[in-house]
Design a protein around this ligand. Structure first.
Ligand code: ADP
Length: 392
C-alpha cells in the first residue's frame, strides 16, 4: 500500500485537483470540476493528458463546492484502490502578514484564515470552502494550507509599504505579493539550471492569465509587482495591472460607479480583454491582425519592460531572467520582445534556442542569462504538505 497526497485549488467556479504519490511526489492523476454553479463538468487526466474519467451534469445544475468535493472523493476512492490518502494540501491566496510558511490546518487556523477574507473577498472564501467540508467529513485526514503570499514575506519592510498613513499599514493595508508558490518552485529548481542566477539577482516573469514579476536575491523574494491585491503590476488577461489611484476617484465621482461596478471593471473587463475588445487570451491576440490586438500586446510588453527595469533597480543589477507560466513558457514571440527590450540590462536572446523553448534562450556570452522554466505550483504544494506532515 502506497501513500498519496491530494492537492486542491478551489476557486469561485471550479475545483482543480492533483494526486501525487507521497514517496517520490510523482503525479498520478489531475483534473478539475468546472462550472460548479452553471454547467458542471468533471474531468480527470493522467500525467500525459489522457482522459481517465469524465462526467457532465445538466446545464443549470448547482453542484456547488460540496457536491464537487463529494464527487471527487468518490472518484479518488476508486482511483486510490488500496493506497492511502495521507494528506491534503490547499492553495490559499492570502496568508496575511502572519502566515510566512505553510501550516497544518485545524478549526483554529481555519478561523484565523476566515478572518483574512476581507483582504481577498473574491478568492479566500472559495479557497477555504473545501477545508471546512473536509474537517467535517474526514476529521482524521491531515490538511495543510499553502499561501500565495508567504514567499514574499522576506521582502524588506520598505518593499511592503504604501506611502499611506501608517495606521493603514498597521491595519494590514500592505503590499503582500502573489504567485508565491510559483516563484518558490522556480527558486527551488533554479540551481539545476544556473548556479550564478540562483546565488545572484534574478527576475522571474510569471506570465499567464494572471501575470506578475518577482525579484529574487539568492533565491529569496525581495520585491514583486503585485501589491495589496493581485490587481497591481503588469496588465493581465482581464485585470488592469497598475493604474493611477486617481482613476478610481474619477470613476467614483464623475461616472457614479459603485464598488461592485469597479470590481467588475478592474478584475474582469480590463487588461488584454479591455484594451483589445477582442479576447483575454494571448494566443487569440497573437493570431489576430486587428490593430486593437496589436495595441493590447504592445501595452502588455511595454509594462513588462518598465516593471523589469524597476525590479532590476530593486536588486541593484541583474544576472538572469526566467520566463514561466502559460505565456512565458509557450510564446517565443513575447519572450523575444521582452528580451530585446531588456538588451540595456545585458539580456541576450538566441532566436533559435528561443524558438525551441529553451531552457536557455540567451547566447552563451550574454551578460544576463535568459531561461524558460515551466512552473509547477501543485508540486510545490505537495512538497510543502509532505514536509509539514512528515518532516521530509
Ligand atoms: P493561469 O494564470 O490561468 O494559470 P496560464 O498560466 O495557463 O494561466 O496562462 C494562460 C495564458 O497563456 C493565456 O493567455 C494563453 O493564451 C497563453 N498561452 C498558452 N499557450 C500559448 C502559446 N502557445 N502562445 C501564446 N500564448 C499562450
Amino acid at each position: 500500500m502506497a501513500d498519496a497526497i491530494l492537492v486542491l485549488n478551489a476557486g469561485s467556479s471550479s475545483i482543480k485537483f492533483s494526486l501525487f504519490g507521497a514517496a517520490a511526489l510523482a503525479l498520478d492523476v489531475h483534473g478539475q470540476t468546472e462550472g460548479l454553479y452553471t454547467a458542471p463538468r468533471f474531468v480527470a487526466r493522467d500525467p500525459s493528458g489522457g482522459t481517465v474519467a469524465e462526467k457532465s451534469w445538466p446545464e443549470g445544475t448547482k453542484l456547488g463546492h460540496e457536491g464537487a468535493l463529494e464527487h471527487l472523493l468518490a472518484f479518488l476512492r476508486d482511483q486510490l484502490r488500496g493506497d492511502r490518502l495521507v494528506g491534503v494540501g490547499h492553495r490559499i491566496v492570502h496568508g496575511g502578514p502572519g502566515y510566512t510558511a505553510p501550516v497544518r490546518l485545524d478549526e483554529g487556523v481555519l478561523k484565523s484564515l476566515q478572518g483574512l477574507v476581507p483582504l481577498a473577498p473574491l478568492h479566500q472564501p472559495h479557497n477555504l470552502a473545501p477545508i471546512a467540508l473536509l474537517l467535517e467529513r474526514a476529521p482524521g485526514l491531515p490538511q495543510v494550507a499553502c499561501f500565495d503570499t508567504s514567499f514574499h514575506r522576506t521582502n524588506p519592510d520598505v518593499a511592503q509599504r504604501f506611502a499611506l498613513p501608517v495606521e493603514l499599514h498597521d491595519a494590514g493595508v500592505r503590499r503582500y505579493g502573489f504567485h508565491g508558490l510559483s516563484y518558490e518552485y522556480i527558486a527551488s529548481v533554479l540551481p539545476r539550471f544556473d548556479l550564478k542566477a540562483a546565488a545572484g539577482r534574478t527576475v522571474v516573469l510569471h506570465l499567464g492569465n494572471g501575470s506578475s514579476l518577482c525579484a529574487l536575491a539568492s533565491g529569496a523574494s525581495v520585491a514583486s509587482t503585485m501589491g495589496f491585491t493581485a490587481l497591481d503590476g503588469v496588465p493581465m488577461g482581464t485585470r488592469c495591472g497598475a493604474v493611477d489611484p486617481g482613476v478610481i476617484l474619477f470613476l467614483l465621482n464623475e461616472r457614479g460607479m459603485d464598488a461592485r461596478a469597479l470590481e467588475r471593471l478592474l478584475y474582469d473587463e480590463s487588461g488584454l480583454l479591455g484594451v483589445s475588445g477582442i479576447s483575454s487570451d494571448m494566443r487569440a491576440l497573437l493570431s489576430s491582425d486587428d490593430p486593437r490586438a496589436a495595441l493590447a500586446i504592445d501595452l502588455y510588453v511595454y509594462r513588462i519592460r518598465r516593471e523589469l527595469g524597476s525590479l532590476a533597480a530593486a536588486l541593484g543589477g541583474l544576472d538572469a531572467i526566467v520566463f514561466t507560466a502559460g505565456i512565458g513558457e509557450n510564446s517565443a514571440a513575447i519572450r523575444e520582445r521582452v528580451c530585446r527590450d531588456a538588451a540595456w540590462l545585458g539580456v541576450g536572446i538566441d532566436p533559435a534556442a528561443n524558438g525551441r523553448g529553451g531552457p536557455r534562450i540567451s547566447p552563451p556570452g550574454a551578460r544576463t542569462a535568459a531561461w524558460v522554466i515551466p512552473t509547477d505550483e501543485e508540486l510545490m504544494i505537495a512538497r510543502h504538505t509532505r514536509r509539514v506532515l512528515t518532516g521530509s
